[in-house]
Design a binder for this molecule. Structure first.
Ligand SMILES: C[S@@+](CC[C@H](N)C(=O)[O-])C[C@H]1O[C@@H](n2cnc3c(N)ncnc32)[C@H](O)[C@@H]1O
Length: 331
């Protein structure tokens, strides 16, 4: 107890630097606090380790590997595998460790350590699934966050990551009928419009859709539940960025998409990972998360063929990026 109190001034200094936007100084202050001694109490300080991970997750791509190397050397862990074992052992039973494991998992994605990322993120998950996330709770959440939604850089970064997965897999012929399912404020619309013959948006939240309308990039915008509102539509591409986590069972959405896609049409979506089956986050926003095999089996039962699956960082967490195709040649 005494020992962990000793490092609080170091933590306060590093956290203060972060708040001032001095991330490099904050990183250096953390490394200094770790002290390079195997018995340094700072090594197993949850707040300090979470802070240093958060800085690495937000760092520019070109610096991530070097920063991670300095962190591992500064803590004398030896290598990332040992860091994972020591820190998981130290924090797995700590009820405050959600942010720590989320950031460690995201860093692991950035270091190309996908299996490790999914394993670490599993410590952010539990098996007791709520029957559903209520529609009014979703509407309320987005109404409350509306004014700042487009300013949160994590939202922009998520859409950029999604588009970096999507774009190379599409013909840039500008001739697709596209549905932006759960389109929110339409952050993806500027990227989708040049690919589209028609662009339709669907979302539960009338207030989010009102923001999307101001972009003047959609041919139509519909307020409603995406599964119901897909019925009767015809599309070449359906995208669903950042919303699969609201669905305990993704099969109704998968079937609705299958029905509306032309042969050869594509469905691209993001989905948070679980080791297997369906699990729920135990901190942060409530999110249903799914195993890769679970998604593959479900989509294959619906009749969709897999085109690609990546693991990226979205909303500061690891996230699968999926693309499936309705079999058949495009007419
Ligand atoms: C994180 S936002 C993502 C918005 C947008 N796709 C983007 O990437 O910026 C999730 C959106 O999903 C919408 N949503 C959640 N469940 C939905 C459902 N069943 N039907 C339609 N929209 C839904 C929410 O209202 C919210 O606007």
């Amino acid at each position: 107890m005494e020992e962990s109190q000793d490092i609080r001034p170091d933590f306060a200094t590093a956290a203060g630097m972060c708040l001032d936007g001095r991330y490099v100084d904050a990183f250096e202050a953390c490394i200094k606090a770790f002290g390079g001694e195997p018995d340094s109490p700072a090594l197993l300080d949850l707040g300090l380790q979470t802070l240093v991970l958060r800085i690495m997750v937000a760092a520019p791509e070109a610096h991530v590997e070097a920063l991670a190397g300095r962190w591992i050397a500064g803590c004398r862990f030896g290598n990332p595998d040992i860091a994972e074992v020591i820190l998981t052992d130290a924090f797995r039973d700590d009820p405050q460790a959600y942010d720590f494991f989320g950031n460690f998992a995201a860093l692991s994605v950035r270091l190309g350590r996908g299996d490790s990322a999914v394993r670490l993120f599993s410590h952010c998950l539990g098996p007791e699934l709520p029957a559903r996330i209520e529609r009014h709770a979703i509407e309320e959440k987005y109404r409350d966050g509306l004014d700042t939604y487009d300013e949160v850089f994590l939202h922009d970064m998520a859409v950029d990551r999604f588009l970096a997965f999507l774009s190379p897999r599409l013909e840039p012929d500008g001739n697709l009928d596209i549905v932006d399912a759960c389109c929110g404020t339409g952050l993806a619309a500027p990227h989708l419009r040049p690919l589209a013959r028609t662009l339709a948006g669907i979302d539960l939240s009338a207030s989010m859709l009102e923001r999307a309308r101001r972009r003047d990039l959609y041919d139509s915008l519909t307020v409603g539940d995406v599964v119901a509102e897909l019925e009767g539509r015809v599309a070449d591409l359906v995208v669903c960025c950042g919303a699969a986590n609201y669905f305990r069972d993704l099969a109704p959405l998968g079937r609705a998409v299958f029905q509306c896609l032309r042969p050869g049409g594509l469905f691209a979506f993001s989905d948070f990972p679980a080791p297997d089956g369906v699990m729920i986050t135990t901190g942060g926003s409530l999110r249903y998360c799914r195993g890769r095999r679970t998604v593959r089996d479900m989509m294959s039962r619906i009749g969709m063929e897999e085109v690609g699956c990546d693991l990226g960082v979205m909303y500061g967490l690891p996230c699968y990026l999926w693309m499936f195709r309705r079999p058949g040649a495009a007419p």
